[in-house]
Structure formats: structure tokens, C-alpha cells
Design a protein around this ligand. Structure first.
Ligand code: HEC
Ligand code: HEC
Ligand code: HEC
Ligand code: HEC
Ligand code: HEC
Ligand code: HEC
Ligand code: HEC
Ligand code: HEC
Ligand code: HEC
Length: 433
């Protein structure tokens, strides 16, 4: 028997080793000099133990490697870790990049499960806006370091696992989520860390204080969309989906809490979501009203076009933070930062975010927006008094009719409301004459 084995070992050595092992040894020998850290990290990993070599991930074309054309992406890891890849792709992490690009229906190899993130079941009407205009206005350098370093989570398992370390302790630590889940528009890291759950995690350990993974990757699943009832922008999912996702989240809470207690908590969060959306809606209405009256400064006609919509006012998920009027910038902060802090703070048991950084700011934003709207109206009046021959949006019936027509055209007024208001204005004008 021994003879048979050693004979086949010799055959293997003759036919295989010179081609494959030789090249792998090349990588190792040279990189022991050039990048000793990367080699020793790999040597300490589960991959070295299982004889997964440099070339298994990187391939052997060094030209491609050095010009960034042989990126080790999620699909490469997925060849050997299929379940992890499938779960990752079925979650919103699996479309991190595409959420900046647009509808995925015509791209090859997309997971049909992902349609639900942007479309209601059985509908082609989009639920959330994509092909992010903010992305389109960035330089390519800013896109890479200022958007994709986070959004590449779609095609980079290494954005959590690191390139060469396989120790699960690294990814089981909530710090690994912090890089991307922080900052003014999604401060989950800050709000969790300073909540009672975060404090208990630090002081009493993970079996008592739940961390991000416990609630968002239950049983080690890579599907982080489990248990969520709204889009990242805060638009609630439809009824049936919302219900089943909520049950999935409650199942996690009930490891430690009474279901009735946890349900009350999350339903209060839903309430705060609705109340906050109403405040944002009020502010948005003011801005649109100013636009109807031609009072934004500058108006969309007099500034660089929006990259997706052109020379019109945009206040939805495609809203820009550059080249707009001052009042739109106030609305951007209110919507993108303060609304997010309030709602996300409520779902993460952080009273300071929910109230002081969130709700209080939302209400003060509304004051600022009303004051700025008033200033713009006064400004227009002043200009009118200075040169009465200039027409103003406020003062001629003709202009007021135009404003009404704009409101009707964008669906704010019903047919009946429009007719009634128009009639009132015309009657008024007859009286004046
Ligand atoms: C003769 C030496 C040598 C050999 C053999 C070699 N490399 Fe390299 N490799 C380098 C050098 C030098 C760099 C560039 C380092 C730098 O810019 O400081 C590099 C860079 C890299 C990079 C980083 C590329 C980037 O810019 O992101 C990877 C990955 C890599 N090599 C993998 C491999 C693999 C896999 C093999 C075996 C197929 C291999 N190397 C064989 C010398 C070598
Ligand atoms: C399990 C897959 C895997 C294996 C095995 C692997 N790498 Fe990597 N490596 C990656 C990933 C992922 C990246 C980051 C993405 C990219 O650059 O393509 C990376 C990046 C690198 C880089 C550039 C990053 C930097 O910090 O400079 C070097 C150099 C490198 N690898 C060398 C090696 C060498 C040498 C080996 C073998 C000893 C090896 N890798 C084995 C996955 C792997
Ligand atoms: C050629 C196959 C192959 C590729 C490609 C590969 N792995 Fe692995 N991986 C393995 C094997 C085999 C093991 C060790 C056996 C095991 O624990 O499953 C392993 C182990 C691991 C572990 C440790 C698992 C544990 O339970 O401790 C992690 C984490 C991991 N790989 C992540 C990655 C990532 C991330 C990539 C891509 C950058 C990758 N792997 C690419 C085959 C592969
Ligand atoms: C990241 C968000 C996103 C994802 C994921 C997505 N869509 Fe879309 N979809 C949109 C948006 C936005 C539009 C409207 C703009 C356009 O046509 O691209 C749209 C439009 C469509 C339309 C055309 C509707 C019409 O009336 O013209 C169809 C059909 C469609 N999507 C199907 C799908 C299918 C099937 C999937 C899953 C593979 C999918 N979408 C995934 C955002 C998305
Ligand atoms: C610090 C990491 C990070 C950076 C930098 C970043 N994002 Fe994001 N982005 C995220 C995270 C995390 C989410 C999910 C937020 C949530 O669910 O609370 C997200 C969500 C989104 C969404 C979908 C949510 C929505 O508003 O409807 C879009 C689109 C988006 N980002 C575009 C961009 C663009 C464009 C850039 C650069 C100009 C950028 N992001 C920079 C981490 C980042
Ligand atoms: C959001 C961060 C994150 C991303 C992105 C991520 N992982 Fe993981 N991964 C984790 C965590 C956390 C665990 C540990 C789960 C546990 O405790 O059981 C893990 C565990 C693993 C394991 C070992 C357990 C298992 O499921 O087999 C493998 C293998 C693995 N990941 C591969 C991948 C691959 C492949 C990808 C890309 C498709 C990927 N991971 C993307 C966080 C991540
Ligand atoms: C490299 C950056 C990055 C890291 C690290 C990261 N995420 Fe994310 N995460 C994102 C981005 C980007 C999105 C939003 C993607 C989108 O909306 O298209 C997101 C979305 C999410 C969502 C919302 C899913 C949904 O359906 O709306 C959850 C929950 C989440 N991540 C949990 C985690 C957890 C837990 C960790 C740590 C184990 C983690 N993430 C690590 C970038 C990251
Ligand atoms: C005690 C459980 C719990 C912990 C711990 C937790 N989350 Fe959440 N998370 C939730 C709940 C509940 C929601 C809202 C669910 C919904 O949409 O109804 C949520 C929502 C999210 C979302 C979607 C947008 C949002 O904020 O509403 C992201 C992203 C997210 N969490 C990331 C994280 C990260 C990162 C950590 C760790 C720093 C973390 N979460 C810790 C329970 C938790
Ligand atoms: C691993 C166990 C664990 C899980 C899972 C868990 N919690 Fe907790 N939670 C705790 C502990 C321990 C406390 C402190 C309780 C006390 O004061 O005795 C706490 C406190 C709270 C508090 C009170 C916060 C305060 O500042 O007083 C709320 C509300 C809460 N949890 C909601 C939730 C919700 C909602 C979920 C599920 C999304 C959840 N918890 C999941 C362990 C957990």
C-alpha cells in the first residue's frame, strides 16, 4: 500500500507541482519580502490551514492584479461559501452599489429576491428612488472614497471580514459595523453604543446586552434585512411584508423581553416615524409653495440642472445638497439628517437621539424654514415697492392664477379644488375692477 501511495505522489509531483505549486510558491516567496504582513496574516488564517492559496483568490495574472482588474469580489468568496453569498445577496447589503445606480432588472445574474427592496410585490412602481443624484455630482475620487468605500459592501465580503484574516471574533464584534453605520444620516453605531443595550454589552457582555449582529444577523445569517419594516429613507413597507418582518424582529427581543413589552416599544417607534414624516411633509409643502410663486433664490431655472431631472425642483430621495437655494439646504438637513436621527434613534432605544438630536432639531428646522420663507416673501415685497412696475408673483391676479395652475399640475389640488379656487380669484378680480 505504501508503495502505491508514494508512486501516485511522485506522479502528482511530476504532472501537477511544477505548474501550480511552483506558481504559488512564487507568490509566497516574493511576497514574504514585499508584503510580509499580508503573508503572515494569511498563514495564521483558516485558509492557509485548508490550503487555500494566494492564487485561489487572486488568480495568477499579476498585470491584472496590479491594475485592479482582478478584484477579489463577493462572487470569488461565494465559490466556496455559497450560503453566505446567497444570504448576503438576498439582503440590502447585496445591492449597496446598485442602490446608487438604479433598477437592476436588466443586469445579468441579479437575485429576483432583491426586487422587493424597491418594488411592492407584483408591482413595477418603484418604492424607493435610486440612481442617486448625489453620486452623479461627485468626482470619481469622491465616488470611490466618499461613497463606494461604504457601498462596496455589495461586492466585497472583505469590507467586514478583512482581506486575509478569517478569525470570526473580528466580525462578531459590533465595531466592524461602525465604519459604515455612523454619521449624521445613519448613526446606528453612536446610538447603539450609548444606549442601555450598548452599555450592557460593554459592562456585562453580549449575552446580556444585545449587539448589532444579535438583532440583525440572527443565528449568524448574512441576511441583514431580516426584521426591518421600512426603506433606509424611512418609507414603510406594505402591510403583509411589514407584519411578517415585525414578527421576525420581535422573536429576537423575546429572548430577553416579554413580547408585549417589546411590541409596545417598536409600535411607539412606528408612531414617532409617522409624526416625524408629518413634520417633514409640512416643511416640504412650504418649499414647493415658494417654488410655485417663483420665490426660491435661485429658482431651478437659474442654476445648473439636476443630473437626473433637469431644471426642476427636487426634494425626494434624489435631492442635492449643492447648488440649491438656502431653504432647500435647510430642508435637506431636516430630511436626511434630523428625520433619520429621530426615527432610527427611536428604534435603537436612544432617547437623546430620538429627542434632542432628532425631534428638537426637526421642530427647530421647521422654524428656520418658515422664517426663511417669510424673508423671501418680504424681500419680494420690498423689491416691488422699490420698483412697482416690476411684476411680482404675490400681487397680480394673473400670477396667482399661475401659482394655482402649478399646484393643480403637480397633483396637490384636485380638479374640484382647483376650479373652486380659480373661480374665487376671478370673482375677486371682477370686484376690484
Ligand atoms: C517577483 C515578485 C512577485 C511575485 C512572484 C508576485 N508578486 Fe505580487 N506583487 C509584487 C510587487 C512588487 C507588488 C507591488 C507592491 C507595491 O506596489 O509596493 C505586488 C502586488 C501584488 C498585489 C497587490 C496589487 C494591488 O495593487 O492591489 C497582489 C494582490 C499580489 N501582488 C498578488 C500576487 C499573487 C497572487 C502572486 C502569485 C500569482 C504574486 N503576487 C506574485 C511582487 C510579486
Ligand atoms: C481568501 C481569499 C484571499 C487569499 C487566499 C489571499 N488574498 Fe490577498 N486579498 C484578498 C482580498 C479580498 C483583497 C482585497 C481586494 C483586492 O484587492 O482584490 C486582497 C488584497 C491583497 C493585497 C493588496 C492589499 C494591501 O493591503 O496591500 C495583497 C498584497 C495581497 N492580497 C496579497 C496576497 C498574498 C501574497 C496571498 C497569499 C499569501 C493572498 N493575498 C491570499 C483575498 C485573498
Ligand atoms: C477556494 C475556496 C475558498 C475561497 C475562494 C474562499 N474561502 Fe473561505 N474558507 C475556505 C475553506 C476550505 C475554509 C476552512 C474550512 C471552513 O472553516 O469552512 C474557509 C474558511 C473561512 C472562514 C472561517 C470560517 C470559520 O468557521 O471559522 C471565513 C470567515 C472565510 N473563509 C471567509 C472567506 C472570504 C471572506 C473569502 C473571500 C475573500 C473566502 N473565504 C474565500 C474556502 C474558501
Ligand atoms: C435599487 C432599486 C431597484 C431594484 C433593486 C429594482 N428596481 Fe425596478 N425600478 C426601480 C426604479 C427607480 C424604476 C423606475 C426607473 C426605471 O425605469 O429604471 C424601476 C422600474 C422598473 C420597471 C419598469 C416599470 C415601468 O413601468 O416602466 C420594471 C419592469 C422593474 N423595475 C422590474 C424590476 C425587477 C424585476 C427587479 C428585480 C430584479 C427590479 N425591478 C429591481 C428601482 C429598482
Ligand atoms: C459611512 C458610509 C457611507 C458613505 C460614505 C455613504 N453611504 Fe450611502 N448609505 C450608507 C448606509 C449604511 C446606508 C443605509 C442607511 C440605513 O439603512 O440607515 C446608506 C444608504 C444609501 C442610499 C439608500 C438610502 C436612501 O436614502 O434611500 C443611497 C442612495 C446612498 N446611500 C447613496 C450614497 C451616495 C451617493 C454616497 C456618496 C455621495 C453615499 N451614499 C455615501 C453608508 C454610506
Ligand atoms: C456585515 C458584515 C459581513 C459581511 C459583509 C460578510 N460577513 Fe461573513 N460573517 C459576518 C459575521 C458577523 C459572521 C459570524 C456569524 C456568527 O457569529 O455565526 C460571519 C461569518 C462568516 C463565515 C463563517 C460562518 C458561516 O456562515 O459559514 C463565513 C464562511 C463567511 N462569513 C463568509 C462570508 C462571505 C463569503 C461574505 C460575502 C458574500 C461575507 N461573509 C460577508 C459578517 C459579515
Ligand atoms: C462596508 C460598509 C458596511 C459595513 C461594514 C456594514 N454595512 Fe450594513 N449597510 C451598508 C450599506 C451601504 C447599506 C445600505 C445599502 C442600500 O440601502 O442599498 C447597509 C444596510 C444595512 C442594513 C439595512 C438593511 C435594509 O434592508 O434596509 C442593516 C440592518 C445593516 N446594514 C446591518 C449591518 C451590520 C449588523 C453590520 C456589522 C455586522 C453592517 N451592516 C456592516 C454598509 C455596511
Ligand atoms: C436590540 C436590537 C437591535 C440592536 C442591538 C441594533 N438594532 Fe438596528 N434595528 C433594530 C430595529 C428594531 C430596527 C427597526 C426595524 C424596523 O424597520 O421596523 C433597526 C433598524 C436598523 C437599520 C435600518 C435603518 C434604521 O436604522 O431604522 C440599520 C441599518 C440598523 N438597524 C443597523 C444597526 C447597527 C449597525 C447596530 C449596531 C451598532 C444595530 N442596528 C443594533 C434593532 C436593533
Ligand atoms: C440579549 C438580551 C436582549 C435582547 C435580545 C433585547 N434586549 Fe432590550 N434590554 C436587555 C436588558 C438586559 C435590558 C435592561 C433591562 C433592565 O433594565 O432590567 C434591556 C433594556 C431594554 C429597554 C429599556 C431601555 C432603557 O433605556 O430603559 C428597551 C425599551 C428594550 N430593551 C427593548 C428591546 C427591543 C425592542 C428588543 C428587540 C428589538 C430588545 N430590547 C432586545 C436585553 C435585551
Amino acid at each position: 500500500m505504501k508503495w502505491v501511495i508514494s508512486k501516485s505522489a511522485i506522479l502528482l509531483a511530476i504532472f501537477i507541482l511544477p505548474v501550480f505549486a511552483g506558481a504559488d510558491d512564487d507568490c509566497l516567496n516574493c511576497h514574504r519580502q514585499k508584503t510580509p504582513g499580508a503573508v503572515s496574516q494569511w498563514q495564521g488564517s483558516a485558509h492557509a490551514g485548508a490550503e487555500i492559496s494566494c492564487m485561489d483568490c487572486h488568480g495568477s495574472d499579476h498585470n491584472k492584479i496590479e491594475t485592479g482588474q482582478a478584484f477579489v469580489d463577493a462572487k470569488t468568496c461565494g465559490k466556496c461559501h455559497q450560503t453566505a453569498l446567497e444570504q448576503h445577496e438576498a439582503s440590502r447589503h447585496g445591492l449597496g452599489l446598485h442602490s446608487g445606480w438604479g433598477c437592476t432588472r436588466n443586469l445579468p445574474d441579479r437575485n429576483p429576491g432583491e426586487c422587493r427592496f424597491c418594488h411592492e410585490e407584483g408591482s413595477t412602481r418603484p418604492l424607493s428612488t435610486v440612481e442617486c443624484s448625489r453620486f452623479l455630482t461627485q468626482s470619481s475620487e469622491m465616488r470611490e472614497l466618499g461613497c463606494n468605500r461604504c457601498h462596496q459592501v455589495e461586492n466585497s465580503c472583505a469590507s467586514c471580514h478583512t482581506n486575509h484574516l478569517t478569525d470570526l471574533k473580528i466580525v462578531q464584534n459590533p465595531n466592524v459595523c461602525a465604519k459604515c453605520h455612523m454619521g449624521p444620516d445613519h448613526p446606528q453605531w453612536e446610538m447603539w453604543e450609548t444606549s442601555l443595550h450598548g452599555t450592557l454589552y460593554t459592562t456585562a457582555g453580549e449575552t446580556i446586552g444585545p449587539d448589532c449582529q444579535r438583532c440583525h444577523m440572527p443565528q449568524g445569517t448574512h441576511n441583514v434585512s431580516t426584521g426591518l419594516t421600512m426603506t433606509p429613507g424611512g418609507a414603510p413597507y406594505s402591510g403583509a411584508d411589514r407584519k411578517s418582518q415585525r414578527s421576525a424582529m420581535l422573536k429576537i427581543c423575546t429572548d430577553c423581553h416579554a413580547e408585549s413589552f417589546a411590541r409596545r416599544e417598536l409600535e411607539r417607534g412606528d408612531g414617532i416615524r409617522e409624526q416625524s414624516a408629518a413634520l417633514v411633509n409640512e416643511a416640504e409643502t412650504i418649499v414647493w409653495d415658494l417654488a410655485d410663486r417663483g420665490l426660491l433664490s435661485p429658482m431651478p431655472d437659474n442654476r445648473p440642472p439636476h443630473p437626473l431631472r433637469g431644471k426642476v425642483l427636487v426634494t425626494d430621495g434624489q435631492m442635492l445638497y449643492e447648488g440649491t437655494s438656502h431653504i432647500e439646504r435647510l430642508l435637506f438637513k431636516m430630511k436626511k439628517y434630523d428625520f433619520a436621527k429621530t426615527v432610527k434613534g427611536a428604534y435603537h432605544q436612544n432617547p437623546a437621539y430620538t429627542h434632542w438630536y432628532g425631534n428638537a432639531e426637526l421642530k427647530m428646522d421647521l422654524i428656520d424654514i418658515k422664517a426663511e420663507a417669510e424673508r423671501l416673501k418680504q424681500q419680494k415685497k420690498k423689491n416691488f415697492n422699490a420698483s412697482p412696475q416690476a411684476s411680482t408673483a404675490e400681487d397680480t391676479i394673473e400670477q396667482q392664477l399661475k401659482v394655482l395652475k402649478k399646484k393643480f399640475e403637480r397633483g396637490v389640488l384636485s380638479n374640484e379644488q382647483y376650479s373652486a379656487k380659480k373661480k374665487r380669484l376671478l370673482d375677486q378680480s371682477l370686484q376690484i375692477k
